[in-house]
Write a protein of this length. Structure first.
Length: 586
């Protein structure tokens, strides 16, 4: 089934697409009143003092200098508080003094709003062009591991459970015999055997000796400005799928699984969710300057790319786009997961509404998302920032050509962030101007991760800023509404419970979400599932579907404003009620 026509999108009210769906519109924000929720950048006060180093500052000669990288919110020490992993890059024309080369960084959460750099002890410090990161417990030992993609050679870091990590790439048989440009990645259990498999995007087959210099060809100019070359004009690469053998090693099943059939693409980010509600994880890939990919799971160890037929390969006019980041959520609470995809400047981002059969309709314009086209858009997430039970959107931006500032083309290198508020009727409103200094500040940002780092009941954001310090955007005011946070632990399914789906019901309102790896742009967000509850003080029903067995566990009359830990087959094993008032701010 095709994913909806332009005429249908423009003439059919969103609330009438599903006969059984009833959406209650929220009142529009009063433009004369500031938002009760704001974001404040507390990164420096929190101790995030490691700058990102990524290619030239005033000029970039090669595309790898412009792409940037991701970061991660994850609880590496299992203490219930989100820690931070920051990727990093380097520069072609700099010879670093001994001990001064930029590296990746690990920050431990001190549980008081601050972080401590524990990189030296962790063993995670690496210098190179590290682009992506995704988190999952591949050996089911109870400690989440890190997969880090590079332009060069990817690394699998095993979490030893004592604050240290070991590079087990060769031991796990994940070593490639040539230099490749790995970008986004995602852990998933595609065959539902209880062990996490690994999907890796590869972007360009980049050989600097064969790349023209800025201005040399038509692919090396932008609006008359000589700029770095690509991606068009450079050879695209193919994606990878590794099957987990259950003994700490992996087998490359890329060709066998049908991953090569779409051909080489400029892939950037990947996510795995069950988009067609058939109980099997699919994979969506954002692609730069070419059609995006939707690998539909065939239930037999193979995938078929049906993005064109499903309506999420192109925009509503059938045009290729420069896809960057991906966010997934059921934004209209109809029980089907929708897709948000960020794109390049002079284009809109995409909002793909799930039609209820795994196909999609591009509703970017009727939903109010098409109002912005002046930014190069990167990391993104569906974030219910005000805990009203309806997912909003937070997006970060940043140009790829620093030369634009000196050529005065009207599109600066550093940009503010964007927040869209969910109006509960299938539409969104750009409320960025109301959302505080953390949204208004300007950077050339790339990766973004989302999670409640201070455990105060609202969702914060972590942002990588190119050649600058990271931003830690603290959510102030979101916990005025109620919420519930759920950490899932698998026993028969994978230990991280990736692919598990939770459904939360309060009165007549129902929400769903899945535990997922990767996403945004080359980044990893909190693996805990966060649900805003509005004024509801009790969750009437929590329903968890575990991915391997498809068994469903149900829990009723759960108190709001708690962090619950559920272990498969054992129920709720922990229920923490944080103080209603947030801890003292730094």
């Amino acid at each position: 089934m095709l994913g909806g026509s332009l005429l249908e999108a423009l003439t059919t009210p969103l609330w009438n697409w599903k006969g059984k769906r009833s959406l209650e519109a929220a009142p529009l924000p009063n433009p004369g009143v500031s938002s009760p929720v704001t974001f404040v950048d507390v990164g420096r006060q929190a101790g995030l003092d490691a700058p990102n180093v990524w290619g030239g500052v005033q000029q970039k000669r090669y595309i790898v200098e412009a792409k940037g990288s991701g970061l991660a919110f994850f609880d590496y020490d299992n203490d219930g508080w989100l820690d931070i992993y920051l990727s990093n890059g380097t520069r072609f024309d700099t010879k670093w003094p001994p001990g001064q080369a930029p590296t990746s960084h690990l920050y431990k959460n001190n549980r008081d709003g601050t972080f401590t750099d524990v990189t030296a002890k962790s063993g995670l410090a690496r210098t190179g062009w590290q682009t992506g990161v995704c988190v999952g417990d591949y050996d089911n030992d109870g400690w989440d591991d890190l997969f880090c993609s590079f332009w060069g050679h990817n690394i699998l870091f095993h979490n030893n459970g004592d604050g240290t990590f070991t590079d087990v790439t060769a031991q796990a048989r994940l070593t490639q015999d040539r230099v490749r440009w790995g970008v986004g990645c995602t852990w998933l259990d595609y065959d539902r055997d209880g062990r996490l498999d690994l999907f890796v995007c590869n972007y360009i087959q980049l050989d600097l000796a064969k790349v023209p210099l800025p201005g040399d060809t038509k692919f090396c100019e932008w609006k008359g400005v000589p700029v770095l070359c690509g991606p068009r004009g450079l050879p695209a690469d193919t994606n990878l799928l590794y099957h987990n053998n259950g003994d700490g090693t992996f087998t490359d099943v890329t060709e066998k699984a049908g991953i090569l059939k779409p051909g080489p693409r400029y892939a950037i980010s990947a996510v795995s969710y069950d988009f067609d509600n058939d109980g099997w994880p699919d994979i969506y890939v954002s692609v730069d300057s070419e059609p995006s990919i939707l690998y539909q799971n065939n239930h037999d160890g193979t995938f078929t790319d049906n993005a064109v037929m499903a309506g999420c390969a192109y925009d509503i006019n059938g045009h290729e786009q420069a896809g960057m980041g991906i966010a997934v959520a059921d934004y209209d609470c109809d029980g089907w997961l929708d897709i948000y995809k960020t794109n390049f400047i002079d284009d809109t981002c995409d909002l793909y509404h799930n039609n209820g059969d795994g196909s999609f309709t591009d509703v970017t314009f009727p939903a109010g998302i098409g109002v912005n086209s002046k930014y190069v858009c990167w990391g993104c997430g569906f974030v219910d920032y005000d805990n009203d039970g309806w997912p909003d959107i937070l997006q970060v931006n940043g140009h790829v050509y620093p030369e634009v500032d000196s050529h005065h083309v009207g599109q600066p290198f550093k940009n503010p962030r964007i927040v869209y508020h969910n109006l509960r009727n299938g539409r969104f409103k750009d409320v960025s101007a109301e959302m505080g200094p953390g949204i208004a500040e300007r950077y050339s940002s790339r990766g973004a991760a989302f999670g409640d780092y201070d455990n105060d009941g609202d969702v914060d954001a972590l942002v990588l800023n190119m050649n600058d310090l990271p931003s830690l955007l603290r959510n102030d005011g979101g916990n005025k509404n109620n919420w519930i946070k759920i950490k899932l632990m698998g026993t028969q399914c994978n230990r991280t419970a990736i692919g598990a789906r939770a459904r939360v019901v309060t009165g007549a309102h129902s929400q769903i979400n899945e535990v997922a790896s990767g996403g945004s742009v080359m980044s990893q967000s909190d693996l805990r599932l966060h649900f805003g509850l509005g004024q509801a003080t009790v969750v009437d029903l929590l329903e968890v579907t575990w991915p391997t067995t498809r068994k469903v566990e149900r829990f009723s009359r759960l108190q709001a404003n708690r962090i619950l830990t559920l272990r498969e087959g054992e129920g709720i094993v922990s229920a923490i009620t944080p103080p209603r008032k947030p801890p003292k701010r730094t």
